[in-house]
Write a protein that binds this ligand. Structure first.
Ligand code: SF4
Length: 313
């Protein structure tokens, strides 16, 4: 949960998650939908799907015990080289180098490695340094210290060099380049996309469709989505739906890591639930049920906006 998300945001999600799935067996036994419902609003849903898949592998292949070999750990969904190394170093006191985002920043500055750390060549140089600097003993202590240094001292802007225990040998500090190293992500114009969401309503009930298992919002419950309003209207007519009322709601923007999505919801009300919307993969839920389901953040915000509008606040 903490990948890409701040601790304060994660805490309530974590507590709810642990209460529902107190151990790996409980998590493995849960359905993907139950897991995603607990992730709803946290974003980056692949993390939730990977955690669930990893739990199932741990139960099926390792009798519910977390594997001990770094190669086995690295094969679990969602675990990369650095995470596997951190687990082995911290939990099993084995000698493995780590290189998460914060550690990349510390090493880039300490060793004076220029360039964007996500660039493959730069990353390779950082891995070499991570391996070379690792002590022979007390690797767990060293790993924890390195992570803490990145979190609390060698922070992104205005690192606290005066309080840094490695200031005497730091190349970035010595050459006055702590603001330039590591280089920022090359600026790229964020693509803008557009979508129309159909907010189909029957009284207090809302129609949701399950998205395919992979891709954006994979496995989550969503409103029917179309590239254009024309496509949405064509779908509506093609399925013989007859509305009693409808309106276009305000367009809003949802920002993903790689693009911005401009979403225009069309709200449509029915006197009777249309047959098309009763097919497999679709479900009618009342507002409380919809908010408790695995829905992505923009759908949640839209529904909360609707509640506020209905309450006149
Ligand atoms: S001296 Fe400053 S730039 Fe260098 S590692 Fe320490 S905090 Fe980071």
């Amino acid at each position: 949960m903490l990948q890409q998300t701040q601790v304060a945001t994660v805490i309530p999600y974590y507590l709810r998650f642990i209460e529902s799935f107190p151990d790996v067996t409980a998590l493995a036994a849960a359905s993907e939908e139950q897991v995603l419902a607990h992730w709803s609003g946290l974003g980056y849903y692949a993390r939730g799907r990977n955690l669930h898949r990893a739990a199932r592998i741990i139960v099926a292949r390792y009798q519910g015990e977390f594997p001990q070999e770094i190669a086995d750990i690295q094969e679990l969904p969602g675990i990369g080289r650095s995470t596997a190394a951190a687990v082995c170093s911290l939990a099993y006191h084995e000698r493995h180098a780590i290189l998460d985002g914060n550690v990349k920043r510390v090493l880039a500055r300490y060793c004076g490695i220029e360039g964007w750390p996500v660039n493959r060549e730069v990353e390779e140089k950082l891995w070499q340094q991570a391996e070379a600097l690792m002590p022979q003993q007390d690797v767990a202590l060293y790993t924890q210290a390195l992570m803490d240094l990145g979190t609390a001292v060698c922070i992104r802007s205005r690192p606290k060099c005066a309080a840094c225990p490695v200031q005497a040998d730091c190349i970035a500090l010595e050459t006055n380049r702590t603001a330039e190293i590591p280089a920022a992500r090359p600026r790229k114009v964020m693509p803008e996309k557009h979508a129309t969401f159909l907010l189909l309503m029957h009284g207090n009930d809302i129609f949701l469709e399950r998205r395919p298992g992979s891709g954006i919002w994979g496995g989550l419950w969503c409103l029917p989505q179309f590239d254009t309003e024309i496509a949405a209207r064509e779908w509506f007519v093609r399925n013989g739906m007859e509305a009693t009322a409808g309106e276009r709601l305000k367009t809003f923007v949802h920002t993903f890591t790689h693009f911005k999505l401009h979403i225009t919801p069309l709200r449509v009300e029915f006197a009777h639930k249309p047959r098309r919307a009763a097919q497999p993969g679709g479900v009618w839920l009342d507002m409380t049920g919809a908010l408790g389901a695995a829905i992505p953040t923009p759908v949640r915000s839209m529904l909360l906006g609707l509640i506020r509008a209905q309450a006149g606040v």
